[in-house]
Structure formats: structure tokens, C-alpha cells
Design a protein around this ligand. Structure first.
Ligand code: SF4
Length: 239
């Protein structure tokens, strides 16, 4: 596996190219060797990929070398919170929660009621992006479950890249995986997952911005921010 000496350099592109042929487990192992203990692994507990990564980290015996975290917007589904607890119990790991500065009520006082219905970009910025800065503070590497097949906006996802907005190396071990591969892994290893995935919600965010999708929908993220052109909360956008 290629060593990386300079974040933000061509080294990362080279590493990404070489790792294209590696298994996801090898990519995670490479990231740990390069950056531990300054690694954060984000898991939304509202998508299947993140669950694979958590299970993989435990199987590789590297879960204690990274910080597993989620962004608690205060508006997540009850099933999402229950899954966090289940994962902590089952794997014996601690999952960190990062929360916005303001409660939902405080946000409503400053910005008006139901900001997500008027300005979801600002709402996501306050309740997700800013807490993510706190989650990544002091870290050198951010492991995520983003995959190319999830949406057009994610179709060029690199395995390793420099994330300028957060000033961190981002590693996506499942970038080249398909949804079928994710679910095969989950079934094979009996990985816990959000029960709402079986009820028409392949991708879950906040309750107020997530809808059930049609069974024949080809876009698994089409239930997010219905009524808006928005497809990303801002965490995984470039810039
Ligand atoms: S998903 Fe909706 S409610 Fe949640 S932070 Fe974004 S805009 Fe706000």
C-alpha cells in the first residue's frame, strides 16, 4: 500500500489510484496505518454503508484506533437512536454524538419555525455541517460510507481525497461498492441495520426531511428533502 507524506498533494491521488484495486478491508487498514489514532469514522445510522464500516472496523480489530461518531440533529428517527444503542451494546464500542449549538426550539426562536421548510441548506449547515467540524477537529482522516452508486452527485467519489472544506483526508472504502454488495455483507455478517430500510426508507436523515420512496424508484436518496432540488446535506460536497 502506498504511504502518504503530504496531505493535499498528488500523493493522495496516487494512493487513491492504487487502492482502486484493493478490498474495502485493505483500504480501511491502510487508513488506520497512515493516520491512527487521528481518525474519525462517520456513521449516520440511517444508511446501510455506515453499518458495514462499523462492523468492518470491529472485525479488523481497529475500532479502538478510531472514533465512531454520528451527527445528532435532534430530529432523527427513534429507530436511528435505538440502532446507535444496539451497536454500542453489540460491538462493545462507544459511539460519539455531535450536536448543534442550538436545540430545535432555540433555532426556531432565532430563525423562525421549521427552518427546513424554508431554507434547508441553512438548517443542514447549522445542524449537520457545523457539528461535523467539531467531530473532525484534531483528526487527520475521515472515513465515510459514501458510494459512487448512491447518486449522480456522488458518482465521482474518490477512494482517497483531500477534503478542502474540512481540511482533512477523506477515505471512502466502499466508494466502488454497489448496493447489492453492501446488503450481501450485511446478511453474511448479520450486521444490525435501521429497520426502516425494510419499510421503504433506503436513506434516512431527519424525520422532517425524509419520506418513504416508491418501490420502483431507481434513486435511493429520492426520499430526502422532498420538494427541493437539494440532494446533499453539505457534508460530502466539494469545496
Ligand atoms: S435534514 Fe432537514 S431538518 Fe435535518 S438538518 Fe437538514 S434541513 Fe435540517
Amino acid at each position: 500500500m502506498p504511504p502518504v507524506n503530504n496531505a493535499g498533494s498528488a500523493d493522495l491521488d496516487r494512493a487513491s489510484a492504487v487502492l482502486q484495486g484493493a478490498r474495502a478491508e485493505e483500504i480501511m487498514q491502510w487508513a488506520v496505518e497512515q493516520y491512527a489514532p487521528n481518525i474519525a469514522l462517520s456513521c449516520s445510522f440511517g444508511g446501510a454503508s455506515g453499518m458495514v464500516l462499523v462492523d468492518m472496523a470491529v472485525r479488523l480489530d481497529v475500532a479502538d484506533k478510531l472514533e465512531v461518531y454520528y451527527l445528532d440533529t435532534g430530529l432523527l428517527f427513534e429507530q436511528t437512536y435505538e440502532l446507535v444503542s444496539e451497536v454500542e451494546r453489540r460491538y462493545g464500542i462507544r459511539v460519539s454524538a455531535f450536536r448543534p449549538d442550538q436545540t430545535v426550539d432555540e433555532q426556531a426562536e432565532q430563525y423562525g419555525d421549521k427552518l427546513w421548510e424554508r431554507n434547508p441548506d441553512l438548517c443542514c449547515s447549522l445542524r449537520k455541517v457545523e457539528p461535523n467540524f467539531a467531530a473532525l477537529e484534531g483528526k487527520r482522516c475521515w472515513i465515510t460510507g459514501v458510494r459512487r452508486d448512491q447518486s449522480r452527485a456522488r458518482s465521482k467519489t474518490s477512494i482517497v481525497s483531500w477534503k478542502p472544506g474540512f481540511g482533512i483526508v477523506k477515505v471512502n472504502p466502499l466508494a466502488l461498492w454497489s448496493s447489492s454488495q453492501v446488503w450481501e455483507y450485511i446478511r453474511t455478517h448479520q450486521v444490525p441495520y435501521n429497520p426502516l430500510h425494510d419499510k421503504g426508507y433506503p436513506s434516512l436523515g431527519c424525520t422532517v426531511c425524509t419520506r418513504k420512496i416508491e418501490p420502483d424508484s431507481v434513486d435511493p436518496r429520492s426520499g430526502r428533502w422532498p420538494g427541493f432540488a437539494k440532494t446533499e446535506c453539505g457534508l460530502h460536497m466539494n469545496g
